[in-house]
Design a protein around this ligand. Sequence first.
Ligand SMILES: [Mn+2]
Length: 348
Amino acid sequence: MKMTFRWYGDDDKVTLENIRQIPGMKGIVSAIYDVPVGEVWSLEKIMALKNKIESYGLELSVIESVPVHEDIKMGLPTRDRYIENYAQTLRNLAKAGVYVVCYNFMPVFDWTRSNLDYELPDGSKALIYDEPTVQKMNPLVGDLSLPGWDASYTKDEMKAILEKYQSISEEDLWSNLEYFLKGVIPVAEEVGIKMAIHPDDPPWSIFGLPRIITNKENLERFINLVDSPSNGITLCSGSLGVSRENDIPELIRYFGKKGRIHFAHIRNIKITGEKCFEESSHRSEDGSLDVYEIVKAYYDIGFDGPFRPDHGRMIWGETGRPGYGLYDRALGAVYINGIYEALVRSSK
Ligand SMILES: [Mn+2]
């Protein structure tokens, strides 16, 4: 298993200098942030990112994400141009030696929470999701604002795009996903890139938007849309794990043995009610997931791909990008290292 850490580029308060001091850290998960969604990432920009990361003794292990244009998700006639661009970006990434690409196929929102700085009893701040509150934040009918909205949309634009999606069913989204995969997976396979879809977060529909990457049955359907080793999954324990139907260690063993897990996000969550959860610290006892069993499942299947601690709480007075501070994610990394070392040493 290769330990990596997400870094948001030069604007990130967490620096590469910080990250390389975390014990066991090998690689960076990042992206090009100044190219509009749907346009090609030039080889020059990718090389500049890679060279910068390597100058800190780290490697650019994973791109998270190359975003998928909404026209592709909606199946609009303009999608072909964006799919071609996407394929060209993959070619450029491979030329630069980057071989794992994470993406998601969630309409409009990458992720949804009701509060980004909820204070836990110990004074730390966490992202939480409360279904009744989120219902009231529906831009079509609700009166509350949703935190973390994509700043590229105004409220009216958001309303317009949500309205357009009301006529797109889950089956439509499946067929738009299949069309996208048939365009990009052959290119990924040719240049040696492993595509890794991130599950929907949370794994259920919000605001009437279709959501399909949510559970074992749908992940199975997904990998069979295009049966290629390049068509794989980012197994995010926190996203899938808020739904009790998802047994994360079992999913890791099942899809890992098929060689379809290309990237792992490891974090804990605490289920606090029906469709309600808090993002807890990584430790098993602090949440609803058994992180020991999750790491053990990766160990048992001999997973040798990249993984990263996922979101962290804000602790010790740190402020910044919700979920992506330095300290709690670093604690998560070291905790996972500890479990891993114990697994390796005790098996000898
Ligand atoms: Mn994740």
